[in-house]
Every structure is written in structure tokens, then in C-alpha cells.
Write a protein that binds this ligand. Structure first.
Ligand code: 13P
Length: 255
């Protein structure tokens, strides 16, 4: 059975102290109205500097887990400013976002590097939330399927079946990120169905059916329920709306 996930990507927002407050607010709201479905999960990915404080609060929580927004592709050494996957495990993380479009564009992360990151992340028993998605110009010229096919084909489709089954894929069309213009439920469903078809072709339909595919890009409390009601959309990767406890918890309950 597919897991359903709502993950909050806080990006470069919130100090460690502010993170403690926000996570506290989220947990308080979830105490009033808990998640009861056994296959539903919540992931919170604050900045690195907040991870150790966040893990103290989340430790032992039955369905809210800690994630990181990135990591480096090497286990340790002279890589000034970088964070190793083992450090994230030590800090209490279970998930890591890899290949976010902001990493691809601002930090020039390419498929080769992203594949190295996925490999080392999985070697450390962390779950990658692997992002893909096309630019506006690519959608406008009908290239969205080719782009997503190549982003996945050059990276996670090189994993074995056993490895891939532990990966979470997030489809985040770049034109929808932080713009207030979300993909319509039909556009999200269409791409998710396409990704599932690619998995079925490369691996098999059982795996395609079992994998968790998240949608990200201007997903909020008002549109989450309709997006998540699509048969191939198993939750969301949430940016801006994950910074407001009430909105984030509403999105969680839209699963
Ligand atoms: P927004 O929800 O702010 O559009 O961001 C989406 C995103 O990039 C999540 O990773």
C-alpha cells in the first residue's frame, strides 16, 4: 500500500528558536486533531541549524518525522560548508529532499551530482524525496514529459527495484513554485500518471502502483484537498504554506 505524505520544506526560513515555536504549534494542533490513518506521514524539513532542536521535540512521534533540505554527496572530508548524510542521521533525520529546482538552478546541481547524493543518502538509510519538474518555457513548448523523463531517467531510474521502492518522488513544476499559480488537479494528475507509467515501463506495474508521488508548487490549505483527491497524487511537498501552522495542519488533514 502506498504511503501518503505531507512534507513541509521550510527553505531558508526560521531560526532554530523560531523553528521550535512553529513545530510546537503544529504538534499542538495535531494533538487536538491527530492523524489516524496508519499510512499517512508528515515530514518537517527546517534549515540544518534547527535540526537538533527539532529532533528533541519530534523524538518518538508516531507519524511526524524530521527531514533535511539537502546534503552533500560525500561521506566526510574537506568540503567546507557542506553537511554529510551521516550527520543528518545523527541529527535525527529520516528524510532528505534531493534535487529541488532551487538547488538545480541556483547551485547548479546536475543529474550526475544528484544521483551521487541519492546513492549516499540511501546508503545511510535516509529516504530521499527526489524532486523533478519542468520550467514554464518547457511546458509552454510541450516539453514537460521529455524533461521529467530525462530528470528521472538520468538519476533514480538507475537504482535497482529494491532501492527505488524506498524513494519518494515529488513533482514540482518550477512555474508553480512560490508563484501562487498551482498546477491544476488535472495537470498534476496527468504528470503523476505519466511518472507512474515510466516506472511501470522501466520496472513493473506493482512498483509503479506502490510508490509515493507528491505534488509541490503553490499547494495550500485551499487547494490541497482537490489536488490530493487525484488518484495518482499521494500528498504534497509544501513550501510557503508549511510556515503557517494552521495552514500546514489543514493541508495534512486534506490527505
Ligand atoms: P511553494 O509551496 O511555496 O510554492 O513551494 C513549493 C516547494 O518548492 C516545495 O519544495
Amino acid at each position: 500500500m502506498r504511503k501518503k505524505i505531507v512534507a513541509g520544506n521550510w527553505k531558508m526560513n526560521k531560526t532554530a528558536g523560531e523553528a521550535v515555536v512553529l513545530i510546537g504549534e503544529i504538534l499542538d494542533l495535531l494533538k487536538i486533531r491527530p492523524v489516524t490513518e496508519p499510512l499517512h506521514r508528515v515530514v518537517i524539513a527546517p534549515p540544518f541549524i534547527a535540526l537538533t532542536k527539532a529532533t528533541e521535540i519530534l523524538k518518538g512521534h508516531p507519524y511526524v518525522f524530521l527531514g533535511a533540505q539537502n546534503c552533500y554527496s560525500k561521506p566526510k572530508g574537506a568540503f567546507t560548508g557542506e553537511i554529510a548524510p551521516a550527520m543528518l542521521v545523527d541529527a535525527g533525520c529520516e528524510y532528505v529532499i534531493i534535487g529541488h529546482s532551487e538547488r538545480r538552478s541556483y547551485f547548479k546541481e546536475n543529474d550526475t551530482l544528484l544521483m551521487e547524493k541519492v546513492k549516499i543518502v540511501m546508503g545511510n538509510k535516509l529516504i530521499p524525496i527526489f524532486c523533478c519538474g519542468e520550467l514554464l518555457s518547457e511546458r509552454e513548448t510541450g516539453k514537460q514529459y521529455d524533461i521529467v523523463r530525462s530528470q528521472l531517467g538520468n538519476t533514480i531510474f538507475n537504482l535497482s527495484r529494491e532501492e527505488l521502492q524506498d524513494v519518494v518522488i515529488a513533482y514540482e513544476p518550477v512555474w508553480a513554485i512560490g508563484t501562487g499559480v498551482n498546477a491544476t488537479p488535472e495537470q498534476a494528475q496527468d504528470m503523476h500518471a505519466f511518472i507512474r507509467k515510466l516506472i511501470a515501463e522501466k520496472y513493473d506495474s506493482t512498483l509503479a502502483d506502490e510508490m509515493t508521488l507528491l505534488y509541490g508548487g503553490s499547494c495550500n490549505a485551499a487547494n490541497a484537498a482537490e489536488l490530493f483527491s487525484q488518484p495518482d497524487v499521494d500528498g504534497g511537498l509544501i513550501g510557503g504554506a508549511s510556515l503557517i501552522a494552521k495552514d500546514f495542519v489543514e493541508i495534512i488533514h486534506a490527505l
